[in-house]
Each structure stands twice: as structure tokens, then as C-alpha cells.
Design a protein around this ligand. Structure first.
Ligand code: MN
Ligand code: MG
Length: 644
């Protein structure tokens, strides 16, 4: 186990050492169980963290335990409680029950805590045995009925008796204030519109921290459900931890929301941060990943100056919870306490995930998704498109053609022959949905030109090797190209001509001079042919909306036309949730095989395609391609001959 670094100036017996232990973005990982795989997860989660909490409490003179928000949503248990069980007096939310049991001292809210609506949130918080504060969320007053009131207490002042190094006890006032991204009113607009308003994090802090000081707070801890982002303040910014740290009176910060780890090398060179001591603007700060992957620990040393105590030094560490740590003295409840607090809800959640969300008339798999249109991809694309159609209905973007991009995320490659989506016909469960979409990506959409669209498909077509007509024994797939970058854009038709070189390499690097790339279409050197939308050839100046995920939309995979400037919509809703809701709505899934794309004929050239050994002859026939199984590779892939 990592040991906290000794603090500078830790020597004086008059000093008080205060350790703040912090979780953030727990996302309902409170039971040490991976519900998507239906198997225990002992690498992270609150039970695992609880043992570390007990150990770090035992080695501290004084400690506080706080949570930084985004605790109510993120696993099927969150859905089960919100959508099935509900919460009521005497029937607490399991996340709250677990935190009560561990003796949390305070908490704040994150954006996701609003996902199930305001009433559910209010009922849930009523069960907490500790203060949950939030300074920049306001309950909107009805028209003409006075100013907006805070939804929760903006801050709490905890009166605690803390021991100094000599063992003498002193009364201190510890102020805890909370913040979240003001964007919640956009992200959860349908839940919050007209009921909630938000304020800027830094501007709110300036006002409230002064009040806390006036109330005699000796120490002020900011629970900042916001990430470590730009150094300069901009009103309404989402990731405001750096300018917040500069606010006078704040002594230490717990940050979060971006699911990263601070201090860590990732932030080396980031403005105003010190990744060795774990400070931002000289103030100790921590971010402990997500799902209890890490536990944050801030150590503060305080000295009396006049009649007030003040922080004189501090440091922060984010401890990974999955490191085996030697048995040490523990103080307070650990792993077993958490498990017993949530045991009933865990059992009920297991039944819930094994229950169906719907059914499928045909198998949904990715066995041939790299060489032909696929029902599995079509289902994902349909769900994304329907979501976007609803949210864009009132906007001027509704006038543009709406397309939807999906890729075979699980399709062999270096993961091996078992790594394919393979959902049999019949019942669909929560687990099936995870097999269909294994990444926790979120929904997003970009606005692109016809030219971007064509190059997007050229980029995806880089998955294939260049094929020389009539030469036998050529491998079809470029092994350096991950299948999740093979985007199939539903709503278009096109052909891929494998006799031509790829315009983009396996990492997305253009293989041509930009000027040549611009003329690739007119000079006919690209692989994409006959690209059409509803039968109309796609011209460079046409405009489209593409439903995709936040990774791709923001530039993941370096697809032409993507990047923050192109994003017209993103919401903190996972694609998996969108897919699940889509299946629940239609109950029986029967996606048609889309006629989106095919290979241009190559005069009967035979190429080698490798796929899952579970691929059936019936599935092969359904592609409509000239396919013949010829054997098995050393790695265990099924080998097919494909005649183009
Ligand atoms: Mn989060
Ligand atoms: Mg968040």
C-alpha cells in the first residue's frame, strides 16, 4: 500500500493533522459486482475501498470521510432502485445505506444524481445521516414569487473535536461546500426544465466562502464535482477545479466528474498543478478516478494563529484500491459492513439483470460485421437515431438528414477468437445489451459536410488491405486496425473498392497531401464509390447530422469532420442506456439487414477473412456474399475464403 507522504512541517506537537478521505463518481459501484458480466469484481468498488478507508482512518489522528457526487447512477443496481424498488422512509437507497454505514461525514451531488429526476433525488437524500451540500443548484421559484432558493444547503459547518499531535483536544469548525457542473440543466433538461437553475461555480464560491469564514470556519474544503480543466475562469465552465482552487479561503479540494486520477503523471505540466505534492494553486487537491477505483486522501497540518486554526501545509494522494495491502490496524467498518448494508438490494438486482428487457427474433452478432451489413450494428444505429430524432425535434437541425454511425466494437483482432458480440435469438437481458455495446460511451452528434462524410467512410475503409485483383492468398483485414474504428454509417449506401489504396492509415493518418485528399473524389482515387443518401449522390456541400458516441464526436480515432467544433449534441446518457430503453420500448427486436454497403466486385478475386469459430453457415449465407469456410487458424479463428 502507498503510504502518505510526510508533510513538510509535521514536527510540532501543537499541530493538528487532519486527514480527509474522499470518494468521487462512485456510480453505484457499491457492491463489488460487475452486473454487466454477472460476476464478482474485486478490483474496485466501495467494499474494496472500505477496507482501505478503515486502514487510513486507523493511521490518522483525525479524519473525515466525504463523497463528491455521481453516486446514484451507473450500474443496473441504480436502475433497479430508481425504476423498480423506489425509496421511502425506512427503505433507504442502498448507496445511502452503504455510506451511512461507513460513517461518511459529508457529501455533494454530481450531474448524474439528477438522472432519475428531482423527486427521486429528494427522497433518496432524505435517508442520509450526513449533510449533502450543493452551492450552485437552485430551486426555481414560481414566476413572481421571490428569488430562487438553494435546492440543498450550500455548505455545512461541522463542529469537531480534533486532537493535536500531543493528544490534546480542540474544537474546530470545518466548512464543507459543494459544486457541480452548471450544465445539468441542459443534460437533464427533460427532468429539470423549469424546476432547477444553476450558477457559476467560481462566482458562487466567492460569495459563499466569505459567509463560511464569517461563520467561523477554520478549514474550508470544497467538494468540487467538476474536473481539472482550463486554468482561466470562464463563466459557466464545466471543469472549474483550477480557478476554484484559486479562490481565497478554500483550503483543499476534492475534484471529480472527469473520472481521472489526481495527482498522477497525466497532469504533469498542467497549469497551476503540482503532481508531486498533489496541489492546485498550492492547495491540496485530489481526484480518485471512478467507481471506487481509487480512494483520495488529503492530509492537512493546522496551526493556531491567534484564536483561529489555519492550514499551514498539506498534500494529497489518490490510492488505487486494487493494490493488495498488508493487514494493518483498522478503525471502523470495512468491506463486510458495506456488503451487509446492501445485501438485499444486491440480490434483487441480480434477479433484475437476469430478467429480460425484450427479445430478438434473430441472433445479433458481429461475426460478419466487417464484411457485410449487420443486424447488431443496425440495432445500435436505430436506437441512436431514434434518440436524436426526439431531442432534435424542436431544433433547426431537425431539417438536416439524420444518419447514425455504429461499429463492431467486439470483433476479434488482438483480443482473440472469443471476442465477438454473440447474442442468440430469444430473450434479451441487461447482459445482452452489454455484449452488444461494451463501452460506456455516451450519445453525441456531429454536423458534417458531404465531403467529411465521404472521408469518414474512407477513414473506416482503412480497415482493409489493398487487394491486387486475381492474386490468390491475400488477407482482407489490416491487423493493425481496431474494429471499433470501422464505422458503418446507417442511412447511406456505398461501395468499397479494395483495389485502391487506403486514403487513411490504421491510426487515421492521411496518406495523401491534403490538397490531393480534397480532389480524391473528382480524381477517383478513393475507395468509396457510389455514395448516396436516399438514392441521391452525396455532394461535397451537402450537410448531415451523424448520431454517434462522445468518443468519436470529439475526435477519437481522428475521423474527418469530427472534433469539439463539430459537436451539435452530447448528453451524459450512455449509449447502452439508450439501447436498453430502445429495446424495452419495441420489446421484440427484428432489425432488418440494412442494404448500406458492399464491396465493389473484383473480377472473382478470392481473399482470406478470419472470424469467430462460432460463425454459422447460415449466418455466412445471409451476408449474400460468396463465402466458403476453409479451415481454422493457429489462434483459433475460423478461416473463410471470400470471392469478390
Ligand atoms: Mn461521473
Ligand atoms: Mg459527473
Amino acid at each position: 500500500m502507498n503510504v502518505l507522504r510526510p508533510l513538510p512541517g509535521y514536527t510540532s506537537l501543537n499541530q493538528i493533522c487532519l486527514r480527509i478521505l474522499a470518494t468521487t463518481d462512485l456510480h453505484m459501484n457499491i457492491c463489488g459486482y460487475d452486473y454487466y458480466r454477472d460476476q464478482p469484481n474485486d478490483l474496485s468498488g466501495l467494499p474494496r475501498a472500505a477496507d482501505l478507508i478503515a486502514a487510513l482512518r486507523a493511521s490518522a489522528d483525525n479524519s473525515l470521510l466525504v463523497d463528491n457526487g455521481d453516486f446514484l447512477q451507473g450500474t443496473p443496481m441504480g436502475d433497479y432502485v430508481a425504476l423498480e424498488k423506489g425509496v421511502a422512509p425506512g427503505r433507504p437507497h442502498p448507496a445511502i445505506a452503504a455510506m451511512n454505514r461507513l460513517g461518511f461525514d459529508a457529501g455533494t451531488l454530481g450531474n448524474h444524481d439528477f438522472n432519475y429526476g428531482l423527486d427521486f433525488l429528494t427522497d433518496t437524500l432524505a435517508g442520509a445521516a450526513f449533510p449533502i451540500v450543493s452551492a450552485n443548484v437552485m430551486r426555481r421559484a414560481p414566476r413572481g414569487q421571490g428569488p430562487d432558493e438553494p435546492l440543498l444547503a450550500p455548505y455545512a459547518i461541522l463542529d469537531r473535536h480534533l486532537r493535536d499531535r500531543a493528544g490534546d483536544s480542540h474544537a474546530l469548525r470545518i466548512g464543507i461546500i459543494g459544486f457541480l457542473p452548471p450544465q445539468i440543466t441542459t443534460w437533464d433538461r427533460h427532468q429539470l426544465h423549469g424546476r432547477i437553475t444553476t450558477r457559476d461555480i467560481v462566482e458562487t464560491a466567492m460569495i459563499q466562502v466569505a459567509r463560511m469564514k464569517a461563520e467561523g470556519a477554520d478549514v474550508i474544503l470544497a467538494l468540487c464535482h467538476s474536473g481539472i480543466g482550463p486554468a482561466h475562469h470562464a463563466s459557466g465552465m464545466e471543469n472549474a477545479a483550477v480557478p476554484l482552487a484559486a479562490v481565497d479561503g478554500i483550503d483543499a479540494l476534492v475534484t471529480g466528474h472527469s473520472h481521472m486520477v489526481f495527482p498522477s503523471e497525466r497532469f504533469d505540466g498542467h497549469q497551476a498543478t503540482d503532481t508531486l505534492r498533489g496541489t492546485i494553486h498550492g492547495k491540496p487537491a485530489v481526484m480518485s478516478g471512478a467507481g471506487a477505483s481509487h480512494l483520495g486522501a488529503i492530509d492537512l497540518a493546522l496551526e493556531r494563529r491567534g484564536n483561529r486554526w489555519q492550514v499551514v501545509s498539506g498534500a494529497a494522494v489518490a490510492h488505487p484500491v486494487n493494490r493488495p495491502h498488508p493487514p494493518v490496524d483498522r478503525k471502523g467498518p470495512g468491506d463486510g459492513a458495506v456488503r451487509s448494508a446492501i445485501a438485499r438490494d444486491h440480490a434483487a438486482t441480480l434477479a433484475y439483470i437476469r430478467r429480460g428487457v425484450g427479445a430478438t427474433a434473430q441472433p445479433l452478432d458481429t461475426h460478419f460485421a466487417q464484411i457485410a451489413p449487420s443486424r447488431a450494428l443496425a440495432l445500435i444505429a436505430d436506437a441512436q437515431r431514434d434518440h436524436l430524432r426526439r431531442v432534435l425535434a424542436d431544433s433547426r437541425l431537425a431539417a438536416l438528414p439524420l444518419l447514425s454511425a455504429a461499429s463492431p466494437i467486439k470483433a476479434g483482432g488482438w483480443h482473440g477468437p472469443d471476442h465477438y458480440t454473440n447474442v442468440p435469438a430469444g430473450k434479451l437481458t441487461v447482459r445482452s445489451v452489454a455484449d452488444l455495446y461494451c463501452f460506456p460511451n455516451r450519445i453525441a452528434a456531429v454536423r458534417v459536410s458531404g465531403r467529411d462524410l465521404r472521408n469518414w467512410l474512407e477513414r473506416a475503409a482503412g480497415m482493409f488491405q489493398r487487394i491486387t485483383p486475381n492474386r490468390p492468398g491475400q488477407l482482407l483485414l489490416d491487423p493493425r486496425f481496431p474494429s471499433y474504428n470501422f464505422d458503418v454509417i446507417h442511412g447511406l449506401t456505398w461501395q468499397i473498392d479494395l483495389s485502391r489504396p487506403a486514403l487513411f492509415g490504421p491510426k487515421g493518418q492521411a496518406t495523401l497531401h491534403p490538397a490531393l485528399l480534397d480532389t480524391a473524389v473528382s480524381t477517383g482515387i478513393g475507395r468509396i464509390r457510389d455514395l448516396a443518401w436516399e438514392g441521391t449522390p452525396v455532394s461535397d456541400d451537402m450537410e448531415f447530422i451523424i448520431a454517434t458516441n462522445d468518443f468519436r464526436a470529439n475526435g477519437g480515432g481522428h475521423f474527418p469532420g469530427t472534433g469539439p467544433g463539430a459537436v451539435v449534441y452530447q448528453a451524459p446518457i450512455t449509449t447502452r442506456d439508450i439501447l436498453m430503453n430502445h429495446i424495452r420500448e419495441i420489446r421484440m427486436v427484428a432489425p432488418r439487414l440494412p442494404r448500406s454497403w458492399r464491396f465493389a466486385p473484383l473480377g472473382g478475386t478470392a481473399v482470406i477473412f478470419e472470424t469467430s469459430p462460432a460463425a454459422s453457415p447460415a449466418q455466412a449465407r445471409e451476408t449474400g456474399l460468396d463465402l466458403r469456410r476453409t479451415g481454422t487458424t493457429d489462434q483459433g479463428f475460423a478461416r473463410f475464403e471470400l470471392v469478390l
